[in-house]
Write a protein that binds this ligand. Structure first.
Ligand SMILES: Nc1ncnc2c1ncn2[C@@H]1O[C@H](COP(=O)(O)OS(=O)(=O)O)[C@@H](OP(=O)(O)O)[C@H]1O
Length: 394
């Protein structure tokens, strides 16, 4: 009896099953299309999270994003993703480093990276190995910008900040306020990563600090923008700047022939950008025409190397962030001679910034160094007065 019943059902199934399965397939397809049209598919996490939870558990937890617990969870996953971004720094950094160097030698308007390339931090090969398809949150104009100085340690600061779960930043330098201002604010905003409530959007473009028009432009965007300047002894900074250009143009004249107008008189050539950028007091004057001092934070490039956690504490306070980035995130890499990020919990290996950061500098004759120190001294003192901080450069 049981057997015949089965047979009957089996026979019946044989005849009806194809139609039923077509019906259910169509039903599933239409339901899916309906949900997509209703916009639900857009909120489903894609590549960024799919690898984190193959069992689909993560999707269930993150669907209700207006729930603060879910947002916190998502932020912690973003933090993991950002830490792994640092861990991929060697490959990513060479692309970024190249992009930065290109920026130093190319005319404005050339090699404009696409918004997606800028967001990924890969302006050339597009392949830094970071899955970025975060579809949560909204793109906002930055609330805080690292405006300078070139070769001050701006990349290190940005990368240290990026491990903070409440910071989201563009990988490469957008150069909006100096080169691409005519693209408009919407273009600029489109370059930004998406942020959730409570997260800060940031970017770094060190040339803003020395761009005459930049302060008024940033103020027009938002007069409450927080501005961070990483400053470094202007003599070392100039040599670092020269070293970068030399790495691209091995035939470059010597540092001293570029720094001095006349070797006999020892007159400094202030038209050389490597020298001019170090006149911090002059550039700061320009910014103070448009922003109160309280909107600016000066980070010591030297202390960012000798005490990264200490400087990061100040930066996080200034940005109104919880002090998440601390001592436990850093270790000093003897081979590189710089602080690097430790292995973050549950993530992969420790990483340092790439080869273009922390390069050996050429030897400069001591009398040229002395001449430059004498030249910068009054400007440095003026800068200490204006900023209310003594950076101890001598
Ligand atoms: N943790 C860590 N690792 C490596 N390098 C570090 C770090 N902290 C600060 N620095 C210093 O950063 C200098 C490069 O500065 P920037 O990143 O501002 O350069 S750039 O303007 O973006 O090209 C770079 O300059 P050079 O030493 O001349 O290469 C470094 O001295």
């Amino acid at each position: 009896m049981g057997c015949s019943g089965c047979r009957v059902r089996f026979n019946l199934g044989k005849a009806v099953l194809p139609k039923v399965s077509v019906f259910f397939t169509m039903l599933l397809v239409f339901t899916y299309l309906f949900y997509c049209l209703a916009g639900v598919c857009d909120s489903v996490p894609r590549t960024l999270y799919s690898h984190q939870s193959p069992d689909g558990d993560y999707d269930d937890k993150t669907r209700g994003l207006d729930n603060p617990r879910s947002q916190a969870l998502l932020r912690s996953h973003l933090a993991e993703e950002l830490v792994s971004r640092w861990n991929g720094t060697d490959s990513a950094e060479s692309a970024l480093g190249d992009a930065e160097q290109r920026g130093a030698v190319e005319a404005p308007g050339q090699q404009l990276p696409s918004p997606r390339q800028i967001y990924d931090g890969t302006t050339e090969d597009g392949g830094n190995g970071i899955p970025v398809s975060n579809t949560f949150g909204t793109k906002k104009i930055p609330q805080a910008i690292i405006i300078g100085v070139k070769k001050g340690g701006t990349r290190a600061l940005l990368e240290f900040l990026r491990i903070h779960p409440d910071v989201r930043a563009v990988g490469a330098e957008p150069h909006f306020f100096d080169r691409f201002y005519d693209k408009g604010l919407e273009w600029y905003r489109s370059l930004m990563p998406r942020t959730l409530d409570g997260q800060i959007t940031m970017e770094k473009t060190p040339s803003y600090f020395v761009t005459k028009e930049a302060p008024a432009r940033v103020r027009n965007m938002n007069c409450d923008t927080k501005l961070i300047v990483v400053v470094r002894d202007p003599v070392t900074r100039a040599i670092s700047d020269y070293t970068q250009t030399l790495s691209k143009n091995p035939g470059l004249p010597s540092f001293q022939s570029l720094a001095l107008k006349n070797a006999t008189t020892g007159l400094i050539d202030t038209t050389w950008s490597a020298v001019r950028i170090g006149l911090y007091a002059r550039h700061l004057e320009n910014w103070l025409q448009h922003f109160p001092l309280s909107r600016l934070l000066f980070v010591s490039g030297e202390r960012l190397v000798s005490d990264p956690a200490g400087e990061m504490g100040r930066v996080q306070d200034f940005l109104g962030l919880k002090r998440v980035v601390s001592d436990k995130h850093f270790y000093f890499n003897q081979t590189k001679g710089f602080p690097c990020l430790k292995k973050p919990e549950g993530s992969s290996r420790p990483r340092c910034l790439g080869k273009s950061k922390g390069r050996p500098h050429p030897q400069i004759p001591s009398e040229v160094l002395q001449r430059l120190r004498d030249f910068y001294r009054p400007f440095n003192h003026r800068f200490y007065q204006m900023s209310g901080q003594d950076f101890g450069w001598e």
